[in-house]
Design a protein around this ligand. Structure first.
Ligand code: ADP
Ligand code: ZN
Length: 215
């Protein structure tokens, strides 16, 4: 499959992307995961991105496009990809459209995950993430807690609250989503690619997306 997942922070893009990638082996490409790994490794990219990320601000489009041009040309993308957290601005969406055109790749559709704001706020404040940059498994202290002692059930690393998951940064991220990312809904509607999903359960959303993909 070749799809874009759109939705506010906390809408469940990461969880849905992981489940979808298990369906047919399409790769999940999360710009957030790529950036967090770069920050943890202290690479040049990480150093440039960290100050934006800690505030909940967007990393500049030029930096994101550099990463994604390289990433989308890697071999594992040939069998399909699920874009999670990208594009996030109109300029990113326009550049992605040009890039896919050049590569002769057509998207199946853009899945917009709609989740009520109170659910989003609750999810974001209770979310915890595996600190191992290779893993980044997501937990929730209420609905999906880590193992005893706050350890990741997959890799055993400590599970932590992300720097951008303080209340202040969360409110900023939602604000930025409304300003910069929500306009993509109209953008993809006009391109005829948009499909809306009311998404309270990730599993159900995955099943609905699978049904839409069937010819
Ligand atoms: P969430 O979807 O939960 O907000 P992500 O893991 O997708 O979180 O992203 C975390 C942070 O990484 C964002 O707040 C932003 O600073 C940066 N980021 C991720 N993807 C992009 C993107 N496509 N454009 C700009 N910044 C991005
Ligand atoms: Zn882990």
């Amino acid at each position: 499959m070749r799809i874009i997942l759109l939705g506010a922070p906390g809408a469940g893009k990461g969880t849905v992307a992981k489940l979808l990638s298990a369906v047919d082996g399409s790769v999940q490409i999360s710009t957030g995961d790529i950036l967090r790994s770069a920050v943890n490794q202290g690479s040049d990219l990480g150093k440039k991105a960290k100050k934006y990320m800690d505030q909940g601000d967007l990393v500049p489009d030029s930096l994101i496009m550099e990463i994604m041009e390289v990433r989308l040309k890697e071999d594992d993308c040939r069998n399909g990809f699920i874009l999670d957290g990208f594009p996030r601005t109109i300029p990113q969406a326009e550049e992605l459209a040009n890039l896919l055109d050049k590569m002769d790749i057509k998207l199946d559709f853009v899945a917009n995950l709609e989740v009520p704001r109170d659910v989003i706020l609750d999810r974001l404040t209770t979310r915890r993430t595996c600190s191992n940059p290779e893993c980044q498994e997501i937990f929730n202290i209420k609905s999906n807690p880590p193992a005893a002692g706050g350890k990741c059930t997959k890799c055993g690393s400590p599970v932590v609250q992300r720097d951008d998951e303080t209340e202040e940064a969360i409110i900023n991220r939602l604000e930025i989503y409304n300003q910069k990312t929500a306009p993509l809904i109209g953008f993809y509607e006009r391109s005829g690619l948009l499909e809306n999903f009311i998404s309270l359960s990730s599993q159900e959303t995955v099943e609905e997306i699978e049904r839409k993909l069937e010819p």
